[in-house]
Design a protein around this ligand. Structure first.
Ligand SMILES: Cc1cc2nc3c(=O)[nH]c(=O)nc-3n(C[C@H](O)[C@H](O)[C@H](O)COP(=O)(O)OP(=O)(O)OC[C@H]3O[C@@H](n4cnc5c(N)ncnc54)[C@H](O)[C@@H]3O)c2cc1C
Length: 403
């Protein structure tokens, strides 16, 4: 890549902004195109804005100069241009897709009005606009139903409860955050939410959204039970935003397929972040998005050895406020037969620590409420090094390794 090659980055989220900034530092300024009207921001902290803990400007990202606010509507690979919604076209030598994810909208009856918009009071939770819309609607006593009990639903339910809403969380699975947490940790998250006044229904499928005059009034469960609702938050997961890539004929499976140089099936187009699928994995998490951006910046700046080989990232959730609650989870939190498990639980303090060890390697763990050892554990897990054989495994949970 020569320094006069034009790099165009589509999407001014975590990955796109990081890439543009790194390229600027490496002397290869890029053109960043983003559709959101707000200053680029850190999506991970949206729940803190909803909870009223941070003002929106606190979570702004240091964006590079010259951000183009526009929505890209098509890629002309033959003439290497990107079409924008206002009819303009931008030429590129290298195009980077950093378009993130879309919220998954569950197949509920009544979810869309006849003109295909969400009814008043029903919100996804993905963008600053979603967050500000919810923030405007939430008042003490408002009845809110959060659909989905993953990381997103838990964060939304907690934020709304802190704002004084009467929150019901409806989770289809048997426990909260089941992708990341084992049953014991999940119970502690549940207890934390219940202490904040959130009513939780698990193994419960929402079937219907009932509206009057275009505004939501209630949601109905598969068993016919109805919950009154002034606000409904859809937190049912995300899917990679790969429509532009697909329409341009790039190879797309769940996300846009990329190799270790983050290259798509077109050598002039790369993809990073939530929209990309590397080695079979769509991460949908912040740490991999940032690592991919850093690796791609090196690669575009001419470092021939720069590769992205995957991220072993831990999920960390900090629920701050008057009753702070921290958790971290990584790898496999449920043991297989023959694995060693070390566990420390303190029901009174609401803390829980557990690691799973296979042969002589740490394969996963979960920490709730007491994260002193997280740095040392994450390093042992990321490095996949054999564990030292001098001392009991319990040491893993009590030695913070200076972190
Ligand atoms: C409420 C919430 C909490 C989260 N909490 C955590 C957490 O605790 N830990 C964690 O690891 N991850 C968390 N995540 C996930 C994390 O935010 C994402 O993994 C991360 O933002 C991915 O970065 P990205 O740049 O790929 O996508 P995004 O940050 O989504 O940015 C993509 C940008 O591209 C823009 N765009 C898309 N298409 C176009 C187009 N055609 N033209 C112009 N612009 C376009 C979008 O508008 C968007 O601004 C959370 C997400 C949410 C919503």
């Amino acid at each position: 890549m020569t320094s006069n090659s034009r790099v165009v980055v589509l999407g001014a989220g975590l990955a796109g902004v990081r890439l543009a900034r790194r390229l600027g530092e490496l002397g290869l300024p890029a053109l960043l195109v983003g559709e959101e009207e707000h200053r680029p921001y850190n999506r991970v902290l949206l729940a803190e804005v909803l909870a009223g803990r941070y003002a929106p400007e606190v979570i702004a990202l240091p964006a590079p100069d010259g951000l183009v606010r526009a929505r890209a509507t098509g890629i002309h690979r033959d003439r290497r241009t990107v079409a924008l919604a206002d009819g303009a076209e931008i030429a590129y030598d290298t195009l980077v897709l950093a378009t993130g994810s879309n919220p998954v909208l569950p197949p509920l009856r009544g979810l869309f009005t006849p003109d295909h918009v969400l009814p008043e009071g029903v919100h996804a939770f993905r963008t600053m606009d979603d967050c500000l819309g919810l923030s405007k609607a939430v008042r003490p006593g408002v009845r809110a139903v959060v659909i989905g009990g993953g990381l997103l639903g838990v964060s939304a339910a907690r934020a709304l409860a802190l704002r004084g809403a009467q929150v019901v969380l409806a989770q289809q699975g048997e426990r909260l955050m089941e992708r990341q947490l084992d049953p014991a940790a999940s119970r502690l998250v549940r207890r934390h939410l219940v202490d904040l006044g959130v009513e939780i229904h698990t193994e419960c499928r929402v079937r219907d959204v009932r509206c009057v005059g275009g505004a939501v009034r209630s949601v109905e469960m598969a068993d016919g039970y109805a919950l009154d609702a002034d606000l409904v938050v859809l937190a049912c997961g995300v899917s990679p935003r790969a429509g532009l890539a697909k329409a341009a004929g790039l190879a797309v499976h769940k996300g846009v397929l990329v190799d270790d140089e983050l290259r798509t099936s077109d050598p002039h187009i790369r993809a990073i972040g939530d929209c990309a699928q590397h080695d079979g994995t769509v991460y949908g998490l912040a740490a991999p998005a940032l690592e991919q951006a850093d690796a791609l910046a090196e690669s575009l700046a001419g470092n021939a050895g720069a590769r992205y080989t995957g991220t072993r990232s831990l999920t960390r959730l900090t629920l701050a406020g008057h009753s702070p609650f921290d958790l971290a989870a990584f790898g496999e939190t449920e043991p297989r037969p023959g694995d060693d498990v070390v566990q420390l639980a303190d029901a009174t303090r609401g803390t829980y620590r557990k690691v799973v060890v296979r042969d002589d390697r740490l394969v996963g763990g979960v920490l709730v409420g007491e994260l002193g050892t997280v740095g040392a554990l994450a390093r042992a897990w990321e490095g996949a090094e054999p564990l030292p054989d001098n001392g009991p495994l319990l040491h893993l949970l009590t030695n913070d390794g200076g972190s």
